[in-house]
Structure formats: structure tokens, C-alpha cells
Design a protein around this ligand. Structure first.
Ligand SMILES: [Zn+2]
Length: 355
């Protein structure tokens, strides 16, 4: 049987605590630093770790009059920083990037990209990564060779080939590999891990486009000083990632073609923590093209605050997926709203009953 797991931000959030959309960038100071640093000594407060966050607040105050005063609150620190104005959808990073793209403000887009990197990388450091480890051991390792692949929309590298367990093939030709990544394996026995939006640990060189496979865990300031690792190359490195509304890079087009192939032949597709946001219309189109009426679709999501109860959450998802993928049958028992951990515990017991 051909199986494709589709992983979104919800999967990494459950495993390591990386930020979800509304929190992205905004909660940087809470997720990545100890309170003592926030309230503590001025040298730390003005240190480089906070530079981008303050610049971000300055940018937001300039763009949105209703956020007036946030820079002053930040500069005064104290409890004020937890009393930032209530955010609206248009303040979230995805919509902000759309606005900046429209204005062709590339400098501000770079700032938001850098801070996004710092936030995701910094917040994940404190998590245990237990769920991804169990996913590797309890799910992936038990599927016969060649029958499973993963399509991921996550930039982080918390699901990786570090032992113990399965290895992955990123389906890219790296020009250089960090010595700690000896277990990286580009071979038929490795599980394809198709990262359609790129990955923070894929450093691409400005001079010759050399692709560097870096360490799994990078510090938040890594790309401030990163140089290409190819001998005699003077290029600097940038993460090869595609954020919403930024640089529709052709560098990853090969991966999109492979994902299309895998999804089209899949008998089971299991979507974990991915929500098909409106700005990901390319992804929606990909799934619409590839999934067939016979594809067994399973959805692992989480109940939202606005859902009345679990039944309400399932109904919301059923309606959403019927509209999104009208040709695909959805089995009632194939929608779970108890998240990734519950799926790892109980997912295999679920049987399909046509809704
Ligand atoms: Zn280079």
C-alpha cells in the first residue's frame, strides 16, 4: 500500500512547541527567552537577540495606526509587554508578508523572514521532540520499504534522520554536508521527506547556488554570519525556504513535481496538523489535482476554542474538506480532532465508516 503522510505546523507544534500562525513572530519574546532576560539587565535587553524583534515592532507601528505605542511599551519592558493590543488577522505574519510584497518592501520582508527563523528555531529548543521520535519508531519504521513518503510544509528540522530509526531522503543534491549528518541517506531505502516550502537547515549560497545540508539544530543568529562551506567559495548562506507571498522560487520545483507523483498514486493520505490556509492555494490545487475518489483520506487536527465540542469540530472539518476536495470521500472515523499525540496512541485502531 502506498501511504503519504502530510505534516503541517500543528505536528511540529505538538512535538516541540514551535509557534502556530497567530503567535508567529509576535510571541517571540515569550517563547525564546527567560523572564529574567526580559526584566533583567539593560545590556541583555538591548543585545542582538532582541534587535529584530524591536525593529519588527517599529515596522508594525508604522504600518498599523491601531498598534501605536507598542514600541514605547517594549522599550519600557515590564508587564507592559504582555499588554500589547489585541491582534487582528491582518497583523499575522502571513497577511503582513502579503502587504509588504504588495509594497515591494524587500527590506522589511527580510526582517520578517529573519525573525520567523529566530522564533521557530529558538522556541523548538525547549521541546522534547517526543512525538516525532515516536512517529519514526512506531509508525514509519513499521511500514515496508518503499511504501511511505512524507510531504511536509514545515521549515524546522525536528523530524530528521538522526539515529535511532529510519533515515530520510530529501531528494535534493547537496554540494556539502555537515559532518554530523553522516546518517543522511539519499538512497531507495530512505523515506522520501518532501519539504515543499524548503527547510531552515538547507543553506543556499549566494554566489554559486551551492546547497549546504547544515546541522539539524541551528542557533537563532546562525544566518547572520553563515558562509558557504565549499572550499574557495566566498558566498554567504541563506535558508532555502519559501514563506507565504515571498519569492516563488523555482529551486524547489523538482520537489513539487515529486510530491504530485506520490500523492497521485497514494492509496492512503494522512494529513496531520495542516490546515490548507488561503494563501497556500498552490497546495490546495496540488491536492485537488492528485487525490482521487478512491484515495483514503484521514485528517488529524485539533479542536479549536470556537468549536462547541468534538462533534462540532469534526463537522467543521468535514464541511471544510468537502468544499476543498469535493471528489474525495471522507470517512467519519477518519477525522480526529484530538491531535498528533492521540493519533500516535490510537490512530491505528480507527476503522473506516463512510460518512
Ligand atoms: Zn558556494
Amino acid at each position: 500500500m502506498s501511504i503519504v503522510y502530510v505534516l503541517g505546523a500543528g505536528a511540529s507544534h505538538a512535538s516541540v512547541g514551535t509557534p502556530l500562525g497567530p503567535d508567529l513572530v509576535w510571541n517571540y519574546h515569550e517563547d525564546c527567552f527567560q523572564l529574567s532576560e526580559l526584566f533583567g539587565d539593560a545590556a541583555i535587553e538591548t543585545g542582538p537577540s532582541f534587535d529584530n524583534y524591536r525593529k519588527f515592532l517599529v515596522l508594525m507601528e508604522k504600518e498599523f495606526p491601531e498598534l501605536s505605542g507598542i514600541v514605547e511599551k517594549w522599550d519600557n519592558k515590564g508587564i507592559n509587554i504582555y499588554n500589547l493590543p489585541t491582534l487582528q488577522k491582518r497583523h499575522y505574519v502571513d497577511e503582513l508578508l502579503q502587504l509588504l510584497q504588495f509594497k515591494q518592501d524587500s527590506q522589511s520582508m527580510t526582517l520578517v523572514r529573519q525573525l520567523t527563523f529566530q522564533h521557530i528555531v529558538g522556541s523548538g529548543m525547549v521541546g522534547t521532540n517526543d512525538l516525532y521520535e515516536r512517529f519514526k519508531a512506531d509508525v514509519l519504521a513499521k511500514i515496508p520499504n518503499g511504501e511511505v513518503s512524507i510531504v511536509s510544509f514545515n521549515f524546522d528540522s525536528y523530524l530528521n534522520e538522526a539515529p535511532p530509526g529510519v533515515t530520510f531522503d530529501y531528494l535534493l543534491d547537496f554540494h556539502w554536508r555537515e559532518p554530523n549528518r553522516l546518517h543522511y541517506c539519499s538512497s531507495p531505502v530512505a523515506i522520501p521527506l518532501i519539504k515543499l516550502n524548503g527547510s531552515f537547515d538547507w543553506g543556499i549560497c549566494s554566489q554559486a547556488g551551492h546547497l549546504n545540508l547544515l546541522h539539524y539544530f541551528l542557533r537563532g543568529d546562525f544566518y547572520r554570519h553563515a558562509k558557504c562551506n565549499i572550499t574557495s567559495c566566498q558566498g554567504v548562506l541563506e535558508p532555502l525556504v519559501i514563506l507565504p507571498y515571498t519569492d516563488p522560487s523555482s529551486k524547489l520545483s523538482k520537489l513539487w513535481a515529486v510530491a504530485e507523483e506520490h500523492l497521485a498514486k497514494a492509496e492512503r493520505v494522512i494529513i496531520i496538523g495542516y490546515s490548507f490556509p488561503p494563501y497556500d492555494n498552490k497546495v490546495t490545487e496540488l491536492f485537488q489535482r492528485c487525490l482521487r475518489s478512491g484515495t483514503k483520506l484521514e485528517i488529524v487536527d485539533k479542536k479549536l476554542l470556537e468549536d462547541k465540542d468534538e462533534a462540532g469540530a469534526k463537522t467543521r472539518l468535514r464541511i471544510k474538506y468537502r468544499a476543498l476536495l469535493p471528489g474525495v470521500k471522507i470517512y467519519e472515523d477518519h477525522i480526529s480532532v484530538r491531535g498528533f499525540e492521540d493519533f500516535l496512541l490510537n490512530g491505528k485502531r480507527r476503522k473506516g465508516k463512510l460518512d
